[in-house]
Design a protein around this ligand. Structure first.
Ligand code: AMP
Ligand code: MN
Ligand code: MN
Ligand code: MN
Length: 277
C-alpha cells in the first residue's frame, strides 16, 4: 500500500484542483492520500463532483491539514490527520489561521510597497477570500509584475527567512495547534522536521515539547530528503515513542523531487501513523 500523506491543492499554494490532484494521485499508484493544504480544508468540500467521487472508488482519502505554528522564534508546520472534518475545533483553527494569513499577506504587501514595489496590494486583494494565501502567492505576483524573474528569486530577495517579507509571530502556538487537532480526534505530526534549520539540540527540544504536549508523530520521509535524514528521524521517533509519517509535499507538476507517491518508503523501525487508524 502506497501512502502519500502530504500534498497541496489550489485551495492553498498548490496548482491543481482537488479533483485533478486525486486523478494524479491515482495515476501515480497512491492508495491512501491525505490532502494537507496550509491552514485550510476547503479542498475536501470541493470533491462532490461525479468525477471526484469516481476517483474515491480507487483511492482512500484521509482528512488532513498543515497548520502553521509558532514555536519560540521559529514557524513550524504541524500536520493534522484523520480528524472529524466538521469538528468545532477544526473550524476554529481554520478561521483563526485564515485571519492571521490575510493580515500577514497585507503586512507583507505593505512592506514591499514601502520598499518601492508598487501595485502589490491590489493584486493581493484580487486573490479573493476563498484561498489560503501564502508567500508563494505573493511570489507569483512579484513575477507577474515583473519585479523578479522567478518565484525562487522572489523568496531569495523578498520573502525568504530574514527578508523584508518574512513577517513573523502571528501563528497560533504549538500547544494550541496540537490541542485543535487532538480535540477533533486527529493525529498531530511535525511536518518535515529538518526544514526548520534547527540545531540538533533545538530539534530535540522541539520534539520533546511536542511529545509532552500530546503530539503523535514525525514526518520521517518527505520529498527532497536524503536517506540518512530519514534514518535519523526514524531513530528520533524510536527514542521519543513517536509514530512516523511519509508524504511527497507535492505542490505542482514539474517538480520530480516532490511528485505524488514518489517519496521513499518508511525505514523498517518506524511505527506508521496509520497503524491505529
Ligand atoms: P507560507 O505558508 O506563506 O509561510 O509559505 C510557505 C510555503 O512557501 C511553503 O509551504 C512552500 O510551499 C513555499 N516556499 C517556501 N520557501 C520557498 C522557496 N525558497 N522557494 C519557493 N517556495 C518556497
Ligand atoms: Mn506550501
Ligand atoms: Mn510545510
Ligand atoms: Mn506542505
Amino acid at each position: 500500500m502506497l501512502f502519500d500523506l502530504h500534498c497541496h491543492t489550489n485551495a492553498s499554494d498548490g496548482t491543481l484542483s482537488p479533483e485533478a490532484l486525486l486523478q494524479r494521485a491515482i495515476e501515480h499508484d497512491v492508495d491512501v492520500l491525505s490532502i494537507t493544504d496550509h491552514d485550510c480544508i476547503t479542498a475536501f468540500s470541493q470533491l462532490q463532483t461525479d468525477a471526484a467521487k469516481a476517483c474515491l472508488n480507487n483511492l482512500t482519502l484521509i482528512p488532513g491539514i498543515e497548520l502553521s505554528a509558532q514555536w519560540r522564534n521559529t514557524a513550524v508546520h504541524i500536520l493534522g490527520f484523520n480528524f472529524r472534518i466538521a469538528d468545532p475545533a477544526i473550524l476554529e483553527a481554520v478561521t483563526q489561521q485564515q485571519t492571521a494569513r490575510r493580515k500577514r499577506a497585507w503586512m507583507i504587501a505593505e512592506r514591499l510597497e514601502k520598499r518601492g514595489l508598487n501595485n502589490i496590494k491590489p493584486q493581493v486583494e484580487k486573490l479573493g477570500d476563498d484561498i489560503s494565501i501564502g508567500r508563494p502567492h505573493i511570489a507569483n505576483i512579484l513575477v507577474a509584475e515583473g519585479k523578479v524573474r522567478s518565484v525562487d528569486e522572489a523568496f531569495r530577495k523578498y520573502l525568504g527567512s530574514g527578508k523584508i517579507g518574512d513577517v513573523k509571530n502571528q501563528w497560533a502556538t504549538l500547544e494550541q495547534v496540537i490541542e485543535w487537532i487532538r480535540d477533533a480526534g486527529g493525529t498531530a505530526v511535525i511536518a518535515h522536521p529538518n526544514k526548520y534549520r534547527l540545531t540538533r539540540t533545538r530539534l530535540l527540544e522541539l520534539v520533546g515539547e511536542f511529545k509532552a504536549l500530546g503530539g503523535h508523530g514525525l514526518e520521517v520521509v518527505s520529498g527532497r530528503q536524503e536517506n540518512h535524514e530519514s534514518k535519523t528521524l526514524a531513530t528520533l521517533c524510536e527514542q521519543f515513542g513517536l509514530l512516523s509519517s511519509c508524504g511527497s509535499d507535492f505542490h505542482k507538476p514539474g517538480q520530480p523531487w516532490a511528485e505524488l507517491g514518489k517519496h521513499k518508503s518508511l525505514p523498517d523501525n518506524c511505527v506508521p501513523v496509520w497503524n491505529h487508524w
